[in-house]
Design a protein around this ligand. Sequence first.
Ligand SMILES: [Zn+2]
Length: 312
Amino acid sequence: MTMTINRLDRIPGTAEALIRAITFDSADLVPVIAQDARTGSVRMFAWANREALRRTVETGLAHFWSRSRQAMWRKGETSGNVLRVRDIRLDCDGDAVLYVTDAEGPSCHTGRTSCFYRGLGASRPAAAEGEVTAVLADDDGPVDPPAVVVARVAEVIARRRRERPEKSYVVSLLDAGWPKVLGKIIEESGELVDALPEDDAAHTAHEAADLIFHMLVGLEVAGVAVDDVFAQLRKRFGVSGIDEKASRGAASAPSASAAPAAKPPAQPVRKPANRPAKTKAKDSGKKPAKSASSRAAKAPVRKPIKKAGRRK
Ligand SMILES: [Zn+2]
């Protein structure tokens, strides 16, 4: 199997500098945790010796040391599920290593995404006596942070485009081209706008998911990485929405037909971080009927509502 080599030692001596900083245990090993860079999820744990670290730095692929086999091994050498190492980090006292990786496929030999697929939480009553027995629960690994779900959906969309499976909704959208994709984004936006004031959380969540999904399809077609969208949002932490909008100026406004769909999602994300969230909740709780009817009357009422919230 051919691998793209992405060496981490573009600066000579990187591996040795790393190794010098590590406090190895009495068996000359150091524990290594492999983390998925995109999801933050812990994929696996294993040991490394100096040679495994050197090979990891040289190849950009995670290498470990097997204590049972007394041999170096490369993650994925048999399964193909490699861990491409973006970064290697040391903990405070240098006796534990973190591989920050781009993971291909599941990382556990059981087929689970993470080796840490067993956790507390499930307990079943024993048959007769009603005693409770603690049982470890099996799943696919630690729960992703909510935003990671978006990245994972984007990955699935990108994979559908590459692999073009039959009976794929994504492929049918992509084949139909921009008019279909843009039409869906507008349609789903409208459905979300209708749902929001209806005081039906499940329905609203469903419509929001539809909009996010189709937005991600649009980003895939446009070749815009969802990471870049998150980077934009990240920049806005701690920045007032009004200042941020002003800093963008009028220049960004006339940016083609995608602009109307792109603008609204940007604002609600900033808002909950600040005080208006409370105001908003109060409003919708007190008089849902009134706001529902006024919002339903004309779709773009959302902006005025926000401004009002901000002034308070
Ligand atoms: Zn495992």
